[in-house]
Design a protein around this ligand. Structure first.
Ligand SMILES: [Zn+2]
Length: 91
């Protein structure tokens, strides 16, 4: 599994921050719901081309990520009110 430090470094190269909202797991892929926050989702759910910086296709992929994190709420690593606030601000 790619270490978080490496994931952060790659994100920084793309001009993105890297704050994971849930726990990493084998076979996951880090999806940026915005330019700062990441939700780990199954790689198979992360196939729609999208761009967190331009907003391209973000609504569709974020819906998938939000459903995933909500269905796996025990793996959330931030306080739930914070998660709700972050999700509310995402388009
Ligand atoms: Zn993504």
């Amino acid at each position: 599994m790619i270490p978080i430090s490496e994931r952060k470094r790659k994100a920084a190269k793309r001009g993105l921050k890297y704050h994971p909202l849930n726990n990493i797991f084998e076979g996951c892929s880090g999806h940026h719901i915005n330019i700062k926050h990441v939700i780990y989702i199954p790689l198979d759910d992360h196939l729609i081309p999208h761009n967190a910086k331009t907003g391209e296709n973000m609504k569709a992929i974020n819906e998938i990520a939000f459903k995933y994190i909500w269905d796996n709420i025990d793996d959330v690593r931030v306080p739930l009110p914070d998660l709700v606030n972050i999700m509310r601000k995402v388009k």
